[in-house]
Design a protein around this ligand. Structure first.
Ligand code: CUA
Length: 323
C-alpha cells in the first residue's frame, strides 16, 4: 500500500502515459470551461440584477464576433479531443501481430485465464515484461469487465462474444485486476492480480507445475471426440468445408456475403452453425451449443487457427462446392 492515495494509478503499460495525457487534457479543458461558466454566471447575475420595479434594460441585437468566437474555439478544442482520442482508441484496439494470446473467461465470480502454452490460472495472470499480450475475453454467464488500472485497460467480458484487448507491460511488479461491471453478490470480490515478470523468470514460472496441455492439442482431441473430423475432413471429401488455412481469411457464404474467419466467426459456426453457412455447403451441421464449454470453444478455435493450408502455393478454398 502506498502511503498516500495517488491521483492516477501507477503506469505499467506502454500506452498508459498517452491515455493519461489525453485524460488530463480533457479534464483540464472541461475544468477551465466549467470554472469559466461558473464565474460568468455569478458575475452576470450580479451585474445585470434587477435594480428597481421600473428597470428597462437596453435591447441587444447579437454580436457576430462573439458568436464566431464561441463556435470556433470549442470546435478546435473538440477536434483535438476527437483526433487524439481516435488515435489512442485505435492504438488500444489493434493488438500487434506478434502478440501472445491469452484467453480470459469471466465467470461468477472469478477470472479463468489460460496462457498460450496451456497453463491455467484463476484470478492471476503472469506475463513477461516488454512482450505484447493480446487478451481474448469472454464470459460464461453474465457481463463482467476485465480492468487493470495500471495498464489502462478495461474491456467487457460478454457471453457469446470475444472482445480483444492488449497491452505491453513496462514495469516488473504485481498489479490489481478488478471486475468493473456489477455482476452479482460477489462482484466486489471478483479481483485478482497481474504479475509482470522478467522474461527468464516468466519462462521458469511456465516450466514449473504440471506440464499443461496446450489449447491446440486440447482442441485437436476435441475435434476428434466431437466427431468434427468426420465432416471437416482434410481431403475435401467431407460434407463440411476443409478448415486448414481458413483462419484469418475471408470465407464466402451461401448468402453471397463474405466474412473473415476470425475467433467470433469460428465460435458462431460451432454454436449456431446455420447462422453463416459457407458457400457450396448444406446447412447440415448440428449445433454444439451447451455441449462445449467456453474453454473448449477456445481450444477448438486455437486448433483451427493452427491448421495450416496444405501448401502455401495452393491454399485450401473454404468455399469449395460439395460433391
Ligand atoms: Cu464480474 Cu463484476
Amino acid at each position: 500500500m502506498s502511503p498516500a492515495m495517488p491521483f492516477l494509478p501507477e503506469r505499467a503499460a506502454s500506452f498508459a502515459g498517452e491515455v493519461d495525457a489525453l485524460f488530463l487534457f480533457i479534464l483540464s479543458v472541461t475544468g477551465v470551461f466549467a470554472l469559466g461558466i461558473w464565474v460568468a454566471l455569478i458575475f452576470l447575475a450580479v451585474r445585470y440584477r434587477r435594480r428597481s420595479e421600473a428597470d428597462r434594460p437596453a435591447e441587444i441585437h447579437g454580436s457576430l464576433v462573439l458568436e464566431l468566437t464561441w463556435t470556433i474555439i470549442p470546435l478546435l478544442l473538440m477536434s483535438v479531443m476527437f483526433v487524439w482520442g481516435a488515435k489512442v482508441y485505435f492504438q488500444l484496439n489493434r493488438p500487434p501481430d506478434d502478440a501472445m494470446t491469452v484467453s480470459v473467461v469471466g465467470k461468477r465470480w472469478m477470472w479463468k485465464i489460460q496462457q498460450p502454452t496451456g497453463q491455467r490460472e484463476i484470478n492471476e495472470l503472469h506475463v513477461p515484461i516488454g512482450r505484447a499480450v493480446k487478451l481474448v475475453i469472454t464470459s460464461e454467464d453474465t457481463i463482467h469487465s476485465f480492468f487493470v488500472p495500471a495498464f489502462r485497460i478495461k474491456k467487457d467480458a460478454v457471453p457469446g462474444r470475444y472482445n480483444l484487448a492488449w497491452f505491453r507491460a513496462t514495469k516488473v511488479g504485481t498489479y490489481h485486476l478488478f471486475c468493473a461491471e456489477y455482476c452479482g453478490t460477489e462482484h466486489a470480490r471478483m479481483t485478482g492480480r497481474v504479475v509482470v515478470m522478467e522474461p527468464d523468470a516468466y519462462q521458469t514460472w511456465l516450466a514449473g507445475g504440471p506440464a499443461p496441455e496446450s489449447p491446440v492439442v486440447a482442441g485437436e482431441k476435441l475435434f476428434t471426440e466431437l466427431n468434427c473430423i468426420t465432416c471437416h475432413r482434410p481431403d475435401s471429401a467431407g460434407r463440411g468445408p476443409v478448415l486448414a488455412g481458413i483462419f484469418g481469411r475471408p470465407v464466402k457464404l451461401a448468402s453471397g456475403d463474405t466474412v473473415v474467419a476470425d475467433e467470433a466467426y469460428v465460435r458462431e459456426s460451432i454454436v449456431t452453425p446455420a447462422a453463416k453457412v459457407a458457400f457450396g455447403y448444406q446447412p447440415v451441421m448440428p449445433t454444439f451449443q451447451g455441449q462445449v464449454s467456453e474453454e473448449q470453444l477456445i481450444a477448438l478455435i486455437a486448433y483451427i487457427q493452427s491448421l495450416q493450408a496444405p501448401s502455401a502455393a495452393a491454399p485450401a478454398k473454404a468455399g469449395r462446392p460439395s460433391r
